[in-house]
Design a protein around this ligand. Structure first.
Ligand code: FAD
Length: 399
């Protein structure tokens, strides 16, 4: 193969595709090597097939990283407005769903992938799919030798620069590999411990059956630990807890820790009891809880609370206990559902190994890391794609 590419981009996901297109605008030639049959597998399944491609309110405070300031430079070089303009210029109008989450007006993630397919073709950026990259070696001459297997054959290509955009560990069947982490280790770069993030949490032990019986119930809540809190829905499942608020806190949860759930974040149950008592003291606690929650959830609270008592007969201790359960429901998850159910990986290539301005490895000139394989992990809601687009743009300026 004619090796006259400015760079090889390993991984045809969000970061790699944006990198190729932006390099094309600068009249650089890149080659994307993608292991899957098609590019953009995760874009296609993201946001339930609708692709939440950015968040109007994204800033570095919505990301977890060993260095919370690391992503600032990339976000200032390719901003949310740049993302919106880029997609608008290519026919994708966005609509905000909730909390700043932007989706294509068409509600179709395929439209996002089509933008990259057509731009890569127009800008003469080459894509080879079914190309499983095995190895990246730095040669004495300073360039890189990349080996990949395709249709049972091992092929090699030499280029001056390499972009590792191979994503994180979640969802192996979508093509996820540890390739980025392996290459980083091979070149002596540190890795920040990795773990599933934006992932449902499991409950085992004596309360497991109680959670399972509530499967399907969704409740707007505030979920907290001593570092952060999120207000969104939680969802009871057969094996524990999911829903946006749980996925968000999971990124900040460590095994063995408790989380606290306020099941009624916009009211005070104590005040509601006091007011309702004056109107109708014979109303049962169960009746009041049914006004606030689904009947099934209100009934299930009988496991912990004196639901049959009249409001007028509740003692001070009863009310304290009710307040504690409703506003500080304590959960000790047994674990998480693992990489197959996680939306993203926490940790990755340590940020102090990379230049925040160029995303080049400080110790290995010509080697760049972007997207999920880097220790920059966004919240739920379009933040992770914004990081992937910004990182792809930044790398394209420098390869
Ligand atoms: C179910 C689900 C829903 C999501 N929804 C959203 C959402 O709505 N909004 C949002 O912001 N984020 C969402 N995310 C997260 C988002 O998809 C990722 O953060 C983002 O795709 C990361 O981009 P990336 O380019 O770094 O990696 P990826 O998009 O994962 O791309 C990496 C590519 O590299 C390829 N690859 C890996 N190893 C090799 C190798 N050795 N050789 C060749 N190719 C290789 C992979 O096949 C893959 O195509 C979701 C994730 C999941 C799992």
């Amino acid at each position: 193969m004619g090796d006259n590419f400015d760079a090889v981009i390993i991984g045809g996901g969000a970061c790699g595709l944006m990198c190729a297109v932006q390099a094309g605008y600068l009249e650089k030639r890149t080659l994307i090597l993608e292991k899957n049959e098609k590019i953009g597998a995760k874009i296609l399944i993201s946001g339930g097939g609708r692709c939440n491609y950015t968040n109007l309110y994204a800033s570095e405070s919505n990301f977890i990283s060993g260095n919370p300031h690391f992503s600032k430079s990339a976000f200032s070089q390719f901003t949310i407005e740049d993302t919106i303009s880029f997609f608008e210029a290519n026919g994708i109008l966005g609509k905000e769903k909730t909390l700043g989450q932007l989706f294509p007006l068409s509600n179709n993630a395929k439209d996002i992938v089509r933008v990259f397919e057509s731009l890569c073709a127009d800008l003469d950026q080459q894509i080879i799919c079914n190309a499983d990259v095995k190895d990246v070696l730095k040669m004495e001459e300073g360039d890189f030798k990349i080996s990949y297997s395709r249709a049972g054959k091992l092929k090699e290509i030499r280029v001056p620069k390499v972009v590792i955009a191979t994503g994180g560990l979640p969802v192996q069947k979508m093509g996820a590999t540890d390739f980025g982490l392996r290459v980083a280790r091979q070149f002596g770069l540190k890795i920040t411990d990795t773990a599933p993030a934006l992932v449902p949490l499991t409950i085992t032990g004596k309360d497991a059956e109680w959670y399972a019986q509530l499967s399907g119930n969704s409740i707007f809540s505030r979920v907290s630990n001593d570092r952060i809190s999120f207000e969104e829905n939680i969802l009871f499942t057969h094996w524990g807890l999911s829903g946006p608020a749980i996925l968000q806190i999971s990124s900040y949860w460590r095994p063995g820790e408790h989380i606290s759930i306020d099941l009624l974040p916009n009211d005070s149950i104590t005040e509601l009891i006091q007011t309702q008592k004056l109107i109708n003291g014979r109303k049962s606690l169960s009746g009041l809880l049914s006004d606030l929650f689904t009947k099934k959830f209100a009934d299930a609270l009988a496991k912990f609370l004196p639901v049959e008592k009249n409001l007028a007969s509740l003692s001070k201790e009863d009310i304290q206990k009710i307040d504690q359960y409703i506003h500080h429901f304590d959960v000790k998850p047994a674990g998480d559902k693992g990489y197959d159910k996680a939306e993203v990986m926490r940790g990755g290539v340590a940020t102090d190994e990379l230049s925040s301005k160029t995303l080049e490895a400080k110790k290995v000139p010509g080697l760049y890391f972007g997207g999920e394989c880097v220790d920059v992990t966004g919240w739920l809601g379009g933040y992770n794609f914004q990081w992937a687009w910004s990182a792809g743009f930044v790398i394209a300026q420098n390869i």
